[in-house]
Design a protein around this ligand. Sequence first.
Ligand SMILES: [Fe+2]
Length: 247
Amino acid sequence: MAKFFNKYDNGAISLGELVKQLQSKGDKLFSDEDFIISLLSKIYNNREFLCDVLFEQLDNLTNFQSDNPYTPQAFILSSTKVYTLRAAIWSPVSRISDSKDDVYFYDKAHDHNFTFYTVGYKGPGYETDLYTYESNDLNVGDEIKLDSLGILNLKEGDIWKYEKSKDVHSQYPPKEASISINLIDNNIGLRQYYFNSKTGKVLNRVSNKYDTLKVLSDLIGNKDTNKLIEEKIKTSSNQLIKDAFDV
Ligand SMILES: [Fe+2]
């Protein structure tokens, strides 16, 4: 279940020091919550580091976020096999184009297939309608019990933890542009879902990267590609591929 922290360390650290500390724990990083909260508090206390990152990125625009697999809203700061550290930028509605639904997840109740910590870094922060569930094996169409934790506001200096495949939230745009810093546990679970937060119904799974192949094969596939897909599905142990092709 989601956790909320307000225990702040007084010191401040640079992004470089934060990365060094995160990597010093190897694959045990996410078993030391106090360590993580202390580091996130210290990076929050550094009120300049993002501006330095911005400067560096502007100075090297050709390679700007070239290895960023996330939506344009997320800005990678550091990534290893164990964790991803990113800045998430939340625009108020007036700044959002018609692509807002895909980019921001606003107003769509969803869970996450990874655990992450988030720090309200700058601005008034988004509001989120938060729920939690206990079920371990979800399928589209299931109706589950969603326990409400209320509508919360990620204010500057707040640190929250969202638990993988347990917490569901529906976000509302902040009143003004805001930034949160996320530390993601890269031990990624299988699926992410959309929910009807009123009924608890599991509406849909969130697209995975193989869904594009399904769209492409429906549009331009032929006998040969269909045969190859059939073979791949038969021999693959990757459930995400099977999900994409509804097998
Ligand atoms: Fe989310």
